[in-house]
Each structure stands twice: as structure tokens, then as C-alpha cells.
Ligand binder design. Sequence first.
Ligand code: NAD
Length: 475
Amino acid sequence: MTYPELYMAIDGERVTAGSRRTHKVLNPATGETLAELPLADAADLDRALDAAARGFKQWRNTPAAQRAAVLIGAARLLDERAETIARVATTEQGKTLAETRVEVHVVSALFQFYAAECQRLYGRELVRPAGLRSVVRHEPVGPVAAFAPWNFPLGNPGRKLGAPIAAGCSVILKSAEETPASALLILEALYDAGLPKQVAQAVFGVPDEVSRHLLASPIIRKLSFTGSTTVGKHLAKLAADDMKRTTMELGGHGPVLVFDDVDVDRVLNTVVGQKYRNAGQVCVSPTRFIVQEDVYEKLRDGFAERAGRLKVGPGLEEGVQMGPMANARRPEAIDKMLADAQEKGAKLHAGGRRLGNQGFFYAPSVISEVPLDATIMNEEPFGPVAIFNPFAKEEEMIEEANRLPYGLAAFAWTNDAARQRRIARDIETGMLGINTNMIAAADSPFGGVKWSGHGSEDGTEGLMACLVTKAVHEA
Ligand code: NAD
């Protein structure tokens, strides 16, 4: 597979490096350089802003059926190009080919959902006496600045582009500099399906420079960010200076409550694969296993045994179940967190070390009896680590689940119907899976509460987040 040439897509032009600064894109399976990525300067960003203003004027008045046709066309092209796109995404991000193949189709499904949904933005007419008319309309918010991280190199740009395009907005996307080619392949499918090039553009750069520049501009009316809570808080403050709308998808620390009425093997069949998907670099990853005493040892030991058997290797290789981590920062961070936890008394049951002498591989890891003051019990590990702690009572388990300021995804395993309802009521989370890990779908709102952010992507809510409401009263 040849890795594609990298560029920025600004006002219909492919902008290559020239005399601009560049960023080295690495293959996380080898650590080798794949390509140099051009980084935007202030003039590039100004051109993108100017084009986004023009793109918005054109697109907001484009009939919904035409916007839908572009999204449907792009979905078809993504499906046709799935194998090439998946290979590029695996090459620059590391996760297995099986995972990136699914990711392409997830974007395609989301585009199809938004294509249908954008033709149903009905608004409503209020009840008024004869001669008077009051109408509530939904209108596109305006040009969007969207920042997508590297962990879902296709899924994140797909979300960031799909909703604004469906709503009639324009969008300037800055996807992660680690995984630029994947984002460009999604954008190319949209262009090839007929999207005007001023409606969606792609820039790359020094993240803080790009976000400050775009968010300082009155042209941008909405910020959409996925990434860490620390960066999210910083960007939300910048957006507040101009009262821009925001959708913030931030970190999580997924609690998994496992009660003693479950079939342990059935739980293991689901949660082990779920934990090590994308080497744990998933904001909704199951992280803190909060387990009732009677099933605790069986679950922990069964988990560690299965983790130890996983085949770790380059994502493009057949039969590999977990690829490398996406960048050099992640194995370093995991090493530090595991050392800290063990110094404070945690026990290691699997992994706990890097693998191989090239690339960013880390062994699937399991720790238990981790004290609450360990860093890993409070900060998102974003890596292949499962944390096990035993509990006696349901109330204590719910308290532990809600202890942290995060509230993105939570999971519970129990067959007790009354308990299922209590958990659904009491867990502070944006998404909850009961006896399942399937918490995301094109038609379902994806987002968090507390420090995990606000607003949703996907579903009707994802589209509504790109719209503003106008009430028009006529006499
Ligand atoms: P980071 O916090 O610096 O970056 C996270 C993402 O935000 C990256 O895509 C980065 O390009 C972007 N970013 C950083 N500073 C920015 C700025 N000033 N303006 C605009 N974008 C900016 O760190 P990282 O090492 O890439 O990831 C570390 C942590 O981020 C992880 O441990 C995890 O907690 C979190 N993260 C979360 C998600 C998610 O899906 N919610 C995805 C990736 C990373």
C-alpha cells in the first residue's frame, strides 16, 4: 500500500508544504516516518475562514434533498473504497485492519442517517388566532471549527463533517496531525460526491495556534471538539469570548459494575475484546471494573488469562487482535501510571510492560486492588489497562462509579430487573450499557455529562447541535 500524499484542503486548493513548517507522520508499528504534513500559517487559516463564510452562504440555501444526495453519494464511495481507506488508517494509527474496516462503514452509516434526518427538520407552527402566525424554525448555526483526535482516525472526522454538512453549515476541520490521511480520504469522498469545496475544508497545524486563530474569528459560530478534558476546558473558554456554540466530547473513566448474579464467562466474552479494542485508546473504554465479591476472583483471573493470550502485533498483519498504541506518548503514560499504582500497593496480573523493540506496542494489562489515590484511579488511562476492585454492596458500587468528575460511558452486568432500573436512574453518565457494550449507533446520541463534556454527536441530537432556533411571529 502506498501512503497518500498529504495536503491541506483550503478554498478548493490542495495546499502542499512549500516553505511551510511540517509535521512528521509516523507509522506506530515501526516508529518510521510515513510522510511530512504541511502545517497552516495565519494566512492559510484566514483564507480558510473567508472560504468558509462563502461556503456557508451557498450551502445554507441548498435544498436539503441536495445536501442529502451528497451525503448518500459519499457513503457509497466510502463503502466502495473501504479496503484502501482502512489500510491507510491502520498504517497511520496502528489499530487492526478489522477495526478500521468497521470504522469506514460506521462513517458511511452515519452519513446515510444524517442524509435522511436533514430532510425532516420540520420546525413547528404555534396555535394562534386567525390572522396571526407564529412559526419556530431551525436554521444552520453557521461555519463550524471542528477538532478531531487521532484515536478514531475515520470516525472522528466523519462525525465532525457529517452533522454540519447535513445541517447546512460549512466546516473547517482540523483533524489530528498524527492521522491526517484518513481525514483527507473522508473529505475526498464528500468532494467526489459533489460537495462544494468551500463547505468543508481541512487544515493541519500547531493545535493551539489553529484553535486560537479560528476561535478568535467572528466567522466561526460553533466549536466542536473531541479530546481531553484539559484541552476541552481551554477551548470552551476561548469559544465563550465570542459566545460561540460548543459541542464537547471529552475524556471518560468508564466504570463497569459486575454483580454476582451474572454468568462470568458470558461477561468475559464481551468485555475483554471491548477493553483492548484500539489498545484501550477509546473514550468509552471500560476501565474501572467494580465487581461484587462473589464473582470477583473468577472475573479478574479469567480476564487476566484471556488478556495474556491476545495476539499483539502490527495492525495490518492477519490474526492480530491488538495493534500498537497510536503515538510515543501513550506507552510512556501507561508505564508511569502502572508504576505509580504498584508503588501504592496495586497487584499486576497481566502485561505491565512494552513489547518489542520498535513502534509503540504495550502488553494488554490487568491490575487489581488499586488504591483510590493512585493516578490511574483518577485520570483516564487511555490505554490497554483494566483495573479490578472488589465491593460488597450495590450502593458502594454506584458510589464508586460516580466518584469521578467524568460521566461519559458506564456499563453494568446484572440480570436483576429492579437493579437494572436503579442503575439506569443513579449512574451519572451520558451513555449506559446494561449487559452490552453496544452504546453507540448512528441514530443514538453520543456524549457525556460533567467533565466528559456537553452536547451530543450522532442521532437527531447531533444534527440539532448544528442548528439554532428562530421564532417568527406575523400579524
Ligand atoms: P492532548 O490532550 O494534547 O490532545 C488531545 C487532542 O486534542 C489531540 O487530537 C490534539 O491534536 C488536540 N489538541 C490539543 N491541544 C489542542 C488545542 N490547543 N487546540 C485544538 N486541539 C488541540 O493529548 P494527546 O496526547 O493527544 O491525548 C492525551 C489524552 O487526550 C488522552 O489520555 C485522552 O484522555 C484524551 N483523548 C481523548 C479522546 C476522546 O475521544 N475523547 C481522543 C484522544 C485523546
